[in-house]
Design a protein around this ligand. Sequence first.
Ligand SMILES: Nc1ncnc2c1ncn2[C@@H]1O[C@H](COP(=O)(O)OP(=O)(O)OP(=O)(O)O)[C@@H](O)[C@H]1O
Length: 345
Amino acid sequence: MITLSKVSKVFSTKSLQSQPIKAVDEVNLTINKGEIFGIIGYSGAGKSTLIRMLNGLETPSTGSVVVAGNTISSIKGRNLRKARQEISMIFQHFNLLWSRTVHDNIAFPLEIAGVKKSERQKRVNELIKLVGLEGRENAYPSQLSGGQKQRVGIARALANNPKVLLCDEATSALDPQTTDSILELLVDINNRLGLTIVLITHEMHVIRKICHRVAVMEGGRIVEQGPVLDVFQNPAAQITKRFVQQVTEPAETKDTVDHLLENYPQGKVVQLTFVGENTESPLITKLIRNFQLDVNIVQGKISQTQSGSYGTLFIHMDGSDEEISRAITYIKEQQVGVEVISNAE
Ligand SMILES: Nc1ncnc2c1ncn2[C@@H]1O[C@H](COP(=O)(O)OP(=O)(O)OP(=O)(O)O)[C@@H](O)[C@H]1O
């Protein structure tokens, strides 16, 4: 559905002293039809520039961008406008028309596309129902909550039946509960309409909750990409590890582990990672039964992703070195990831 080949974007700067900025650097990416694809990175990583090249709001300096069969990077004028009807976008700050009601905001793209009034009415009613805004048709954006405003944004984006929906930090201005309800709506739309969704975010929670695949951006480059569960289980780049920690480790884990290492100099603290069915296996019971070890659970968390569950568990094992090594080998044999946090000797 979307293919980026060697896409770079360089911004020239006004001042003579400073170098041009390479916001996007040689990005290759393929996004499949019907997929929810997340691009994560910190501020300045190049995410906005990248997503804006998908609908022609920015033109690549080099490389090509193909979306739904159209080479967005090289078409202009009428052809670009036509191609853009297949690619909608929602924004962090909603970009609604403040002097128009909910109904009229949603009807706006239909008016531009020249849809007849009776059809427009029918379509707006369908969209209002789809995004759960029944009863709010005549409200103005200023009378809506943040979540409701984003629902209007989504309905408006879907009005002309696009093939691709781009989400530019669509939940970053919302509280956690509202974020979740908007993410659930996006999953629902993806399931019902088979729409391809591309989102950019700096929150791993968003990726975990709804994306099938993820790309991690740093300094304009994609440093890692893959199915969300794989990336959670085996993050390769340092930045990816930091993002994964955002959702798998409670904030207090480091303090707890430090405390343990300090107060229990014997044994080892290990981090176990479980995927899918493994999250439900009674590994700890087996460790205690089969090995001469004391096992202390430090902290643990199971997270749900679009493709299954993912769990992390920190444990402290105390016993002879030999018994601990045997236990670690046993854990690995159970297809559970194991990383020794520190060897407290
Ligand atoms: N129009 C522009 N002119 C000059 N530099 C730009 C322009 N747009 C973006 N940049 C620069 O390109 C780099 C990438 O910016 P971009 O906005 O794409 O990153 P981002 O990951 O989306 O971050 P944020 O979430 O803060 O927007 C930054 O260094 C930014 O200052």
